[in-house]
Design a protein around this ligand. Structure first.
Ligand code: GLN
Length: 195
C-alpha cells in the first residue's frame, strides 16, 4: 500500500518517517499525476499560507479536492487548516473538505508550542488502544465550530483537536512529531476499509 504525503512545504519528512515505522511506503506528492498511485494522502504541518500558494502554483487545488472525494485524507496542523471549510484570523482560502471553522494561531502563548497529554474520547479508544494522546502543539489552530457530520475524537481546552468526517481526518497538533502512532494507525485502517 502506498500513501502520499503532500511535500511542497512543511514537515512532510516526519510523516514519511512515521509511515515507514508503521510498515507503509510513503510517496512524496508534488504533482497531480502522482496522486494516481496512492490510496490515501497526508497534508502535513507547516505554514498554511505558503502551502496554499504552492498548491495553486502547481495546479493542485482541483486534483486534491477530487482525490479527497474518493480516498482518505489526513491533515495535521497547517494541513487541518487547509481542510477546513472556513479559516479565520486571518481569513484564507482553503480546500474546504471538512465542515469546520478553524482559527489560526488561536491558543496564544498559553500553549504556543508544547506537548500536552490529552485523554481521547471513547470513540477513539474503542478503535485503537487506551491512553492519553501525546499532542505536540506548534502555533496550533483552534477548531471553533464543527458541522453535524463531523465527529470529535479528542478535545482539549473545550475545543476539538482531532476530528473526522467520513474518510477525512484532521488534527490541530502534530502526531508525526511525537511517539503518538494511533492517529496514523487509524488513518491507515480507514484506507484499508475503503472499497
Ligand atoms: N500556524 C501555522 C499556520 O497557520 C500552522 C502551524 C503548524 O502547522 N505547526 O499555517
Amino acid at each position: 500500500m502506498k500513501i502520499g504525503i503532500l511535500s511542497l512545504q512543511g514537515d512532510f519528512k516526519a510523516h514519511a518517517w512515521m509511515l515507514r515505522r508503521l510498515g507503509v511506503d510513503p510517496v512524496e506528492v508534488r504533482q497531480a499525476k502522482q496522486l494516481s498511485s496512492v490510496a490515501g494522502l497526508i497534508l502535513p504541518g507547516g505554514e498554511s499560507t505558503t502551502m496554499l500558494n504552492l498548491i495553486e502554483r502547481e495546479n493542485l487545488h482541483g486534483p486534491l479536492i477530487e482525490f479527497s472525494t474518493r480516498f482518505p485524507v489526513l491533515g495535521t496542523c497547517a494541513g487541518a487548516i487547509l481542510m477546513a471549510v472556513e479559516v479565520r484570523s486571518p481569513a484564507q482560502r482553503s480546500l474546504r473538505l471538512i465542515d469546520m471553522t478553524i482559527e489560526r494561531n488561536a491558543y496564544g502563548r498559553q500553549i504556543e508550542s508544547s506537548i500536552r497529554r490529552v485523554e481521547p474520547e471513547d470513540n477513539f479508544i474503542q478503535r485503537t488502544v487506551a491512553g492519553p494522546i501525546e499532542a505536540a502543539f506548534i502555533r496550533a489552530p483552534k477548531i471553533r465550530r464543527i458541522g453535524e457530520k463531523v465527529t470529535v475524537l479528542a478535545a482539549y481546552d473545550d475545543a476539538p483537536i482531532l476530528v473526522e468526517q467520513g474518510h477525512l481526518m484532521a488534527a490541530t497538533f502534530h502526531p508525526e512529531l511525537s511517539n503518538e502512532q494511533r492517529i496514523h494507525t487509524l488513518f491507515l485502517n480507514k484506507i484499508q476499509q475503503e472499497p
